[in-house]
Design a protein around this ligand. Structure first.
Ligand SMILES: Cc1cc2nc3c(=O)[nH]c(=O)nc-3n(C[C@H](O)[C@H](O)[C@H](O)COP(=O)(O)OP(=O)(O)OC[C@H]3O[C@@H](n4cnc5c(N)ncnc54)[C@H](O)[C@@H]3O)c2cc1C
Length: 665
């Protein structure tokens, strides 16, 4: 039933051949075709701008007041591309290899190779738009390293890469808005997909300012609605990030793929209290220069927690640089899943360095000295004092990571130039998402998904700086080709009417759901349920999972969902700006998704990447895959409730890369 439509032929030729062979829509006919793009983060803005530039009529939607406020703006560290500017041995094949290996051999070879092939064009496109990537002294674009690789291929704009890329995509989108080719509907939330004769033909949206329910039709619908990490309540995602658009599509027939594959990022500011609603990422780029450690001796741990010793009081010999110790080949730059689990292992063993015992140090002292010495050499300063070296080194660090250091200081009131940062893993990204074929179409004809909303390229663990690459690849370089293959059948269809029984029924179900929530008259705020769901997910479907915990989580979530519908209280009315109502319908979907994630995690009894099943580990505590039984994408079909979802398997074939147990030692 699942046809991934991967083209035949040698891996490196698949994409070119596919582009050469798929059907096209000629320029005049494109003007007869309407496309809805839901979401205008990096994936959506680039998709909407590119499709409009090609001549299609585009309607784009986002729930923020401007596309510029999409969660993509938060991306800090950078975007990968196989340009080999550093002459350090990078290539399209190596980016492909690193990404498949980093994803623990649970992604499609063909998709990942295409991603690597187009990565270089993304950088060219963004530079042409004026994105101010960091440059080296000579004017060439600079690169740094991210986890899981041994080359420097990450392009960046200080710690604001997502913001700068989004401004580039937004300017391309704005150009099309001003030409009238894109109609931009800000502050509109998609509430339902409308299917006519089995095809996606439109959406029902709610105007978030007036509460009005609107019908919008099109020949195809593209969901670029981001990831669902906020199912855990606490995550590094923007507060508004949610699963609702994808979940509504799922309930209308689109399969959810690998929903349990969640990325836990190792370098986040630790949780500080019960009433916290957001966690803050400290970019992975910091692991280029920061060294991660905990004290070797328990007495030092205790002293640091009590405040009778400071981390800087400990000599080198008293520190356990545990990543460098365990993984000498990659050191502090092991992939995120490996670094996160190693931090958890040290903290579970009692070596956590803050009051809660859930923190490790990220230390820049040696980088400051290293850079200071280089500066002294560049400036021809003979015999510089230690103070001068440190001062010069701090300036270099400031130039590289200044905004991240400021952010850390403002949040924690510690100065990371003087004392190590404290960090702990936190939920960050979801590799799972809507199942899509090679053309990025879901199994519902005419319904496409791009960016973090789909499952396509990252397998069980995404490498750093690869999400921006994938979102922009999808929007600038993949969908503009592949969507035509589907739309070629629609050149004579004419405009899709919104006056049909399918639109009537979809609108009615949206209105009924809203009325049920708003008239519930319970006494418990939405956040209470969300926080409790998050705790279940984190404790039982988080950094490590086991059969017993997952089964418990499933029944606890079912109970919580019942309680939600019995007790949730939403103030205000449905026909006004009502953020509590928005939150409630998103949390209602999280309460179903959470159960499905646990079910997916339960059925996958192997460990792989971000999915660590305690029952399946090596003697050294590393994730142990089971290639014989689990080399597949799990694609879930909704059949009434999450518990009854039906599992379909897309078998993964590795013809160009040998399946090996991952090693970063
Ligand atoms: C703190 C942080 C730092 C990161 N840093 C990096 C990095 O350095 N490099 C990297 O590669 N990746 C990074 N990532 C990951 C990356 O930022 C995201 O994966 C990526 O930006 C997602 O882009 P997107 O376009 O798919 O979704 P988003 O940017 O989340 O956009 C989603 C869009 O969908 C809209 N939307 C959602 N639901 C609806 C609905 N129902 N109706 C209407 N509109 C809707 C929203 O309004 C928004 O416009 C980082 C992530 C975080 C959290």
């Amino acid at each position: 039933m699942l046809d991934s439509r991967i083209p035949e032929g040698p891996l490196a030729e698949k994409w070119s051949k596919h582009k050469g062979n798929i059907r096209l829509v000629n320029p005049a006919n494109k003007r007869l075709i309407d496309i809805i793009v839901v979401g205008t983060g990096l994936a959506g803005s680039s998709t909407a701008a590119s499709l409009a530039e090609m001549g299609y009529n585009v309607k784009a939607f986002c729930f923020q007041d401007s596309p510029r406020r999409a969660h993509s703006i938060a991306a800090q560290g950078g975007i990968n591309a196989a340009k080999n500017y550093q002459n350090d041995g990078d290539s399209i094949y190596r980016l492909f290899y690193d990404t498949v290996k980093g994803g623990d051999y649970r992604s499609r070879e063909a998709n990942v190779h295409r991603l690597s092939e187009v990565s270089g064009s993304i950088i060219d496109q963004c530079v042409a738009q004026g994105v101010p990537f960091a440059r080296e002294y000579g004017g060439l674009l600079d690169n740094r390293s991210f986890g899981g690789v041994q080359v420097s291929r990450t392009f960046y704009a200080k710690g604001q890469t997502g913001q700068q890329l989004l401004l580039g995509a937004y300017s391309a989108l704005s150009r099309q808005i001003s030409k009238g080719k894109v109609e931009m509907l800000n502050r509109h939330e998609m509430m339902e997909v409308v299917k006519v004769d089995g095809k996606a033909r439109g959406i029902i949206a709610r105007n978030l300012v007036t509460g009005e329910i609107e019908r919008h039709s099109a020949h195809a619908v593209v969901l670029c609605t981001g990831g669902y990490g906020n199912v855990f309540y606490l995550s590094t995602n923007a507060m508004g990030s949610n699963v609702s658009a994808a979940w509504k599509a799922h309930k209308k027939g689109a399969f959810m793929a690998n929903p349990c594959f969640t990325q836990i990022h190792p370098t986040c500011i630790p949780v500080s209290g019960h009433y916290q609603s957001k966690l803050t990422l400290m970019s992975e780029s910091l692991r280029n220069d920061g060294r991660i450690w905990v004290p070797k001796k328990m007495e030092d741990v205790v002293a640091i927690r009590k405040g009778t010793k400071k981390p800087v009081d400990l000599s080198e010999g008293e520190r356990d640089y545990y990543l460098e110790r365990r993984y000498p080949a990659f050191g502090n730059l092991v992939p995120r899943d490996v670094a996160s689990r190693a931090a958890k292992e040290r903290c579970d063993a009692g070596f956590g360095v803050n009051e809660t015992g859930a923190a490790v140090f990220l230390d820049f002292a040696s980088a400051i000295v290293r850079y200071g010495k280089t500066e002294a050499s560049i400036r021809n300063i003979i015999d510089p004092s230690h103070e001068d070296i440190v001062a010069m080194g701090k300036d270099v660090i400031k130039a590289k990571y200044g905004n991240l250091f400021d952010m850390y200081k403002q949040i924690t009131d510690d100065n990371p130039y003087e004392t190590p940062m404290k960090i702990y893993p936190a939920v960050h990204y979801t590799m799972g998402g809507l199942w899509v074929d090679y053309n990025l179409m879901t199994n519902v004809p005419g319904l496409f998904a791009a960016g973090e909303a789909n499952f396509s390229d990252h397998g069980a663990n995404r490498l750093g700086a690869s999400a921006l690459m994938q979102g922009l690849a999808d929007g600038y370089f993949v969908l503009p080709y592949t969507i035509g293959d589907y739309l070629a059948d629609d050149i004579r269809t004419g405009a899709i009417s919104t006056d049909s029984p399918e639109f009537d029924a979809a609108e009615k179900s949206v209105v009924d759901d809203i009325n049920a929530l708003i008239n519930n008259n319970g006494d418990t705020p939405v956040d209470d349920f969300h926080r409790r769901l998050g705790l279940i997910m984190w404790n039982k479907c988080g950094m490590s999972r086991n059969e017993k915990g997952l089964k418990e989580a499933i029944s606890e979530i079912q109970e919580l969902r019942k309680e939600f519908y019995a007790k949730v209280r939403i103030p205000g009315t449905a026909d006004e700006f009502n953020p509590e109502l928005e939150k409630a319908s998103r949390v209602a979907d999280f309460l179903e998704l959470g159960e499905m994630m646990c079910l997916d995690a339960l059925t996958r009894s192997e460990s792989c990447g971000g999915h660590f099943r305690e029952e399946s580990q090596t003697e050294e505590g590393e994730a142990l895959r089971d290639d014989l039984n689990f080399t597949y994408v799990s694609a879930w079909e909704f059949t009434g409730t999450p518990a009854e979802a039906k599992l379909h398997k897309e078998e993964l074939e590795y013809k160009n890369i040998e399946l090996k147990q991952r090693s970063y030692k």
